[in-house]
Design a protein around this ligand. Sequence first.
Ligand SMILES: NC(=O)c1ccc[n+]([C@@H]2O[C@H](COP(=O)([O-])OP(=O)(O)OC[C@H]3O[C@@H](n4cnc5c(N)ncnc54)[C@H](OP(=O)(O)O)[C@@H]3O)[C@@H](O)[C@H]2O)c1
Length: 357
Amino acid sequence: MSSQSCSGCKGQCASNNAATQTSEEVKIDNVAQENSVEVANEESTETSNNGVSTSRTGRLVAAANTALIRRDFSNTSRYPRPKSNAKQNRRMGFPYKTVLLVGATSGIGLALAERMIENDVFVIAVGRRKDRLDDFVSKHGSDKAAGSQFDITQFDQIESWAKEITTTYPSIDAVILNSGIQRTLDFTQPKDIDLPRTVQELGTNYTSYLYLITHLLPHLQEQAPKPTALVTVSSGLALIPLPRCGNYCATKAALHSLMWSIRAQLQHDEKSQHVKVIEILPPAVQTELHSQQAELVKIGEGNIGIPLRQFTDEAWAGLTRGDEEIPVGMVRDRFDATEEPRRIGFRRIVETFMTKK
Ligand SMILES: NC(=O)c1ccc[n+]([C@@H]2O[C@H](COP(=O)([O-])OP(=O)(O)OC[C@H]3O[C@@H](n4cnc5c(N)ncnc54)[C@H](OP(=O)(O)O)[C@@H]3O)[C@@H](O)[C@H]2O)c1
């Protein structure tokens, strides 16, 4: 592992002053919380109106459900997503100033890294390909970017790496976990399944995230009350699997489920409520995820998906709106259809089993 130096990095690294939260940033976060309550109220009203019942019992049940939903919305995730409008975008923005972006050497991670740099965010890019990290820093300059070469499947090194990176860059206020790989898996030919390769996919897409979150979250928690964020990139395939790559879909479904639990836990812990838990769910996007898969290239599917630029515009809009879940492109419809009933069940579980710490 090697971290690049960051001389002249506008106060991002340890050798400069630690970042402090401005009153504007506090205001932005408050606005975000207010908006979520407004949205919760809108949704509660809708639910009540939809459950048309003229009997007193029916009205009481509807009222009780509305109250439950209203309470749960304020305690758990924000659904539906706040409506997009330019005024809101201007008010909220992206309040984080130093982002640790794991998986930033290509595709979605690199595009998001560059979008953030354009918006005055200092980005520490992480990945295994050192030449790409070096190119990234040379392109943007060490006052805007840094690189750290690290293989996230080295689980036993994650704790020390996390300590080193947060000591070098104490101003890190958002961690984006984006790294991932995808493999084809065919159970019609079990004897041909390469299990170590399949387990490597699980390790990259899920197990490493467990380690990274465990060892990076304390840094985000200890900055209270300054808003900080934990962001993961899962997939639309977390919601409905694609049989060609069943293990990949399972790793993303596991991550999606984990994010709901982490979000609920942090929102119920007064010391952690300033840590926003965000998940981006991309559709198929034209990146190396597909173009580097020989099986896909062979059948002419190495370049499937929406253009990276289109993905980045939409994901960035969600991040600047302050959304906690950002389904992009065609995943939006799937998300609305599959997640609403599940979310109602989840809210009930949260209400029943979680108490404020
Ligand atoms: N493209 C899509 O259609 C699509 C759809 C839904 C979700 N996603 C998700 O989006 C994320 C980004 O994928 P992408 O499409 O942008 O693919 P990509 O261009 O292949 O990027 C993958 C990134 O992950 C990093 N990475 C992989 N293994 C790593 C390891 N062991 N240690 C450190 N970094 C590692 C890679 O860096 P190095 O190789 O330099 O290590 C690279 O920066 C993934 O989680 C993917 O599952 C993609």
